[in-house]
Design a protein around this ligand. Sequence first.
Ligand code: ZN
Length: 355
Amino acid sequence: MTEPYRVVVVEDDPDVAFYIKTILTKQGCIVQTFTDPSFAQQAMRLYEPDVVITDIEMPGITGIQVIELVREVRPGTPVVVMTAHVSVDYAVEALRANANEFLTKPISSSELIAVVGRLAEEFRAAKANIPDPEVVLAIGAHPDDVEIGVGGILLSHRAAGDEVHILTLSRGGRSGHVSERQAEAFMAAELLGARLHLEDLPETEIGENEPTLGIIERLVSDIRPTVVYVHSEHDMHQDHRAVNKAALLATRAVRSVSCYQSASATVDFRPNRFVNIDGWLEQKVQLVQAHRSQVAVSRYHSAEFLEATARYWARFGEGATCEPLEIVRDSGDLSTASGETARGQRDVSARQLSQ
Ligand SMILES: [Zn+2]
C-alpha cells in the first residue's frame, strides 16, 4: 500500500465517529476524530488530511460551514458530508457548497471505504500535478520600476499561486516626496499581493557595490527566490545599471534570472523572451498608476503608453500584449546546488512564453 490515507472526521456524535474510525483504521487509514467542530481548522493544519468527513448538522455549525473552514486552510481538500435523513434540501445545499460526496446514515462500511479511497487517490494525484510555487523576487532601483517592467508578469505569478517579493532600493526622494512615494509603493504592492522590501539608498547615487550588493544578498538568502527580475544593463539611468550589476552578482545561484525594460531602457535593450500578458494589462495599469505622484509628471505611467508598449512587444511573441525580457539564466540545475529540489525548467505566466 502507498502511504496511509489521512482522514479527519468532524462528527458530534461520538458513536458515529468511533464507527467510522474503526472501519477506516482497519483499512490502514490514519483517522483523527473531532466531536467539537471548532477544531476543524486546527485539525487541517496538524494532520493535513487527504479526506475530511463531516456531519451535516452539529450544534453551532453546519457541515457547509465546515467545508468552508476546511477549504480555507487547504483548498481542494475533498469533503464527504453525512446526514441522518434523506433530505433533498441538505443534499442540494451540500452540493452547492462543493461537497465531494454525500453519505446517508446509517453509513454502509463498503460505501464509506470506497468513497474515501477514491477521493484520497484523486486528491493525491491532483496534488502531484501541481508544480511547487515559485518564489519570485522583482528588484527595482525606485518605486514603480518593477511595476512598469514586469507588472503583468508579476500579476500572472500571483494568479498561479507564486510568492512575489518586490525589493525597491530607494524611496525616490528626488522626484517626489519620500513619504508620498513610500505610501504609493506599499499601495501597489498590496494591489499585487506582493511583499514589499523598501530600502532607503540615496536616489541617483546607488552604487553597484556595498551597500547595494549586501542588501540584495541578504534578501536572497532570506527568501531564497527561484525567479528574479531586475533592470537591464542597457539603461540610461545609472541607478538602474548599478542595481543590474549588483543583482546579477547577488543572484548568481538563482535558477531563473532575467532583465526587464525600464522606462529609461535604451535601444540596446534586446529581449529574447516575450511573455504574454493578455488579461493582465488593465491591472498592470492600475499597479503603475498606484504611483499617483508620477502619473502627472511621467508619460510612462499613462495607460496609453503602457498599452502601446505591450502591444508593440507582442509582434515578437504571442497574443495581443507582451512584456519583454532579456534572459540572463534559466536552468533547472542551479537550485539543487543551494540544497533545494530541482524544479526543472518551467514556464511562467499561465504560461505562454515564446522565445
Ligand atoms: Zn527607476
